[in-house]
Design a protein around this ligand. Sequence first.
Ligand SMILES: *[C@@H]1O[C@H](CO)[C@@H](O)[C@H](O)[C@H]1NC(C)=O
Length: 540
Amino acid sequence: MKFGQLIVILTSILVSVIVVSGARTHNEPEPLVETKLGKAKGSILKTVRGVEFKAFRGIRYAQAPVVDKRFKAPESVNSWGKNTLDATKDGFKCPQPFLAKETMSEDCLFLNVYTKSLTGKKPVIVHIHGGANYFGSSDSETEVGPEYLMDSNIVLVTINYRLGALGFLSMKTKEAPGNYGYLDQVMALQWVKDNIVSFGGNPDSVTISGQSSGGIAVTLHMASPLSKGLFHRAITMSGSGTNHFYVDSVAWTRRLATALACPMYNPKDVIDCLRQASWEKIIEVRGILELYGFSDIQWGPEVDGHFLLDTPTNVFARGDFNKVDIIAGITKDELNYLYESQSSNIGLLNDISINFDKYAPQLFIFNSKDENTIEKSDKIKKFYLKNKPIKDQAFSNFAVIFSDAIINHGVHRLVQLARKYVNVFYYRFDYLGRFSIFPDENNKPRGVSHADDLQYIFGNKWFGKRISQADPEMFMVDRMTKWWTSFAKDGFPCTENDIKWLPSNKTHVYTMFNDKSIHLGPEPYQERYQLWDEMFPVKK
Ligand SMILES: *[C@@H]1O[C@H](CO)[C@@H](O)[C@H](O)[C@H]1NC(C)=O
């Protein structure tokens, strides 16, 4: 079972126990905001502690990226005129698998703004959701609920951006350069800079945050000349563009084109044909492009000479990035359980054991045509599997390779490169609450999985339950939101019991281990990272 499918199943099974704390109260008049673009009517929601705040949801920040605007940079919007915009509901989600069709539209470039008051200049957090660049949204009920962060005096903005082929398809030519989803994010950040003051936000104090592919996006904005000046701090949870990923986007484009009976090679013909396919069809076809239910990363960033001038690793290594302070980290067990459903796929695991070097580049996202591919694969096999066949205990070791290859090493590299220039508050999230995105058959957490930390920052349906004040996990909501909002306010995540979260810098590396109690220590998993550092050295 894949991550996304799991979420859908979790969502449908557990939907009955969800406590929605974002209900409207009826005694409060609907809030109105006056922006440069026009007037908007919002709604009043309540925080987990019952404090009211204003929500303006479903605000368009770019023109509908449809028909001839598909596979292109977004176009900005003008005033919506004299009418008052109804901003009381989330906008459409961008096309993706697993969701009800009527909740989605290709016209999906909307954002939500949450604020205590429309005056003053509060620090702003803009959150970029995760979902492997092909699923997820800013939805206030299901994914990025504001009811924890809004107990602090900040303005929160959550954004949609184009996903999958519609967001990232590339032929590495001017007809289809890729990066559309990232350019959407740039446009949303520009919208924040231009308009957030109307919502009581400070355009000169913007923190971008993201998780997983959203965390990768955060680091790409640090590397992009287009995002320069649009934000002042950055938080990345379990994702960094300073990974070694090699994604053959042209090959993926051709596979999509063939599946839709489109031409495959001449960029103009390919794109003209793909522009005529319905988004429903494009989403549907994605399924058949997936291979084994392991990591199937098809669409990612392109070095297009516009959004990115070089690979993020090279940009960070040169110190050529948008230098802002960072919070960056991982969860203790990341992807160790994500592929559990394959643990009884005996034939596949046997074939991978025997032909490890043929599968490894695809599973761990490196170039199968590098001259030392086989050598790399052999090193991985020896280090993690001790050359044993992938079954029983060796399956757990096999799973750890995904955690390191896909998440951990990229974050390690970000910390090691960026700390020479900026403060990096490095963490590992170790706390095991009662809920996990990836529970076992008794609905108990297997460990501290990828995304498990998200439930303490945003109200989210994936976990089956939203945390409330009476829950034993509430202290973690308080801790995480306090760290995040104090970092957004003055650049330092304030800590408790006199334990100061020292940043990693040019001379020192510290990791904050965030369990029931907290402590600072050296970087974890160093011998594992050494292997990846050797296989994928930073260019000097
Ligand atoms: C790095 O951090 C250490 C410990 O907090 C501190 O003593 C040192 O002055 C810092 N170095 C720089 C260059 O800021």
